[in-house]
Design a protein around this ligand. Sequence first.
Ligand SMILES: Cc1ncc(COP(=O)(O)O)c(C=O)c1O
Length: 466
Amino acid sequence: MSDPGRQAVRDAVSAWCAAQAKPAPFEPGLTPVPVSGKVVGETERLAMVEAALDGWLTTGRFNEAFEKRLADWFGLPHAITVNSGSSANLVAVSSLFSPRLGPAAIQPGDEIITVAAGFPTTVNPILQNGAIPVFVDVRPGTYDIDAAALAGALGPRSRAVVLAHTLGNPFDLAAVMDFCARHDLWLIEDCCDALGSRYRLPDDASDWRPRLPTADDPRRWSLAEAPEPERHVGTFGHLATVSFYPAHHITMGEGGAVLTFDMALRRIAESFRDWGRDCWCAPGCDNTCGKRFDWQLGGLPRGYDHKYTYAHLGYNLKISDMQAACALAQMDRLPGFVAARKANFAHLSARLADCADALQLPFATPGSTPSWFGFPITLRPEAGLNRVDLLQWLDQHRIATRLLFAGNLTRQPYLQGKTFRVAGSLEQTDRIMNDTFWIGVWPGLTIDMLDYAADQIRVFLGRDFD
Ligand SMILES: Cc1ncc(COP(=O)(O)O)c(C=O)c1O
């Protein structure tokens, strides 16, 4: 926009950015080595200021551009933004309960298969919608669902599988998609920690794709266009979610998105996001459907304004245009961020490879190329190490650590007394709860920081280092 006033503001923002002090050189033991963080600079600040000067404030032109850019990145037709990754999961799971899905809709009391080693808000929307989570164990090293245990989790009321790609490592999509297809289950991929991770289906499974209920017979499944066998995670399930919290691969402060290849699911998800309304007009628009005063829905009189007609028990989970502007600017950096995360992970793997007798080191799920969120480590029982001692040692050296989120969700206080089912044992999940932690691989870390983190782990183990 050629607007001298705006240009003056832009110049002032650029001058302010240029005047910011460069980060001090890394001082081992003094400079913090965070697990995660944001990398934002002049472009994000300029974009946010631009959106602020628009004065539009709610979801607007930046959001429209960002949703399109994000969908294109995934190679999907639909991305809708929400105000967090948790909200994205809430919208995605709630959407599968929509009456618009007819007999394919999940009902309260139905079961949804998931894992307990993860983040609570992957699972919470199952309970919030009155369904029953069924927890299956995970595998060491990859931290994904033990697909061999899926069959034992199946029951007459199983309706869906909801799983996260833990710390960026894709779950065994080939096995999970096959299981979902054979048992007519919905699949939601929580990609909050996995933006940019890729997965290749086996060649003989190149036409495996999520199946959708058709409008005339929701239990008869129609096939979408055959997609590429190797693609981004988030394109395999019926719905997928991402988070844009500052710790994540790109950020807008608080934020998230729901992705799908299907227009009907998009409309349902949008409705849950936008108060539950039936109308799908963008903010500030009227009569997108062309029959705003010509619907007759529910028990309302014909012609009741479509803008105030509600199809779902909805929420308001929209974002502001300043948030969208920040994330739009971050999209230019995304390929670099993904490359940095992979390189940092590879560096730590190499530096710790000879400690594999004491530490279970992480590795990519077969068929996958992860865009890692963190570097998970599990202490081997035979090493006789104490996790608290190690984490305190790292903390003293200013190296931040995190646990694998809730560890074993079934042991968290808030799940006591709630209705859930455990299929088989959660032995590995308990192991994660007791012996796993992770350190950072985010793009803000330097090689010196990564080396220092690896060295301090080595010192704790009594190993040599350069
Ligand atoms: C796997 C997973 N799902 C969902 C979320 C929630 O995302 P948000 O913090 O944006 O609500 C997180 C948070 O880190 C996560 O790790």
